[in-house]
Design a protein around this ligand. Sequence first.
Ligand SMILES: *Cc1c(COP(=O)(O)O)cnc(C)c1O
Length: 266
Amino acid sequence: MISPACAGVGRIRQGYNKLMNNLVASIRERYQHTLDQIASAARKSNRDPKEIRLVVVTKSQPLDVVQSAIEAGARILGENYPEEGVMKIQSLAPQSGVEWHMIGHVQSRKARLVADHFALLHSLDSLKLAQRLDRFASEANRVLPVLLEFNVGGEKTKSGWDASDESRWSRFLPEIDTLLELPHLRVHGLMTMPPLETNPEDARRFFQRLRLLRDHLAAQFPQADWRELSMGTSADYAVAVEEGATLVRVGTAIVGARKYKLESEA
Ligand SMILES: *Cc1c(COP(=O)(O)O)cnc(C)c1O
């Protein structure tokens, strides 16, 4: 005989499953919509939509949202805070085929977590961090794929090498040269987080600047791979794709508003 208490637990479980199914369905719809928008922006600029990968940004989202995003079809997840990311990776480890990217600024004392757990670091922003990551990657017996972050708008609050003024691009070349020699890091391209604009069209010139910088670095250092351009968020990913993005990082447009904010993001 089922006791009233058990029946109550059953109802709660049913209610929970229904909520989760709704969450998966709504994330799936927004994920598919984003893929469609990426594909039409690609075609508009004569690009093959297959060149562009969608990173679903799940920073500050609870585990059940991340779980739902995976069920909804997300294949690459982006996290901003190493400890939060590692907690999620370990909790959801049995989910095969999901790739975890670190997209936020990495403090040097968190470098080992990144070297140990992430498939790609988008936000490598200093030679000093590169040297630390290289050491930890070596200890972990791996080569860590990275993108170099550039500050294309010259904002004081943004990380990355200052690339706002083209006449000064030669300044960071010696550091990039040293970085490319590190045996346990492999550079695959560039990343940027341009100034927040109310109109996505206003972000276009910053995306163009990152692409020009990529072409410049590819000419200076032809031995390295400069294929990837990580640029564009919920607000402006379609413009970023038109300007050559190969990775777009979309959070709120797919998984909704973040449930909580960490101090570093406030
Ligand atoms: C939060 C974040 C994103 C995603 O922003 P949304 O507006 O939620 O799409 C992309 N890139 C970086 C570096 C971020 O920190």
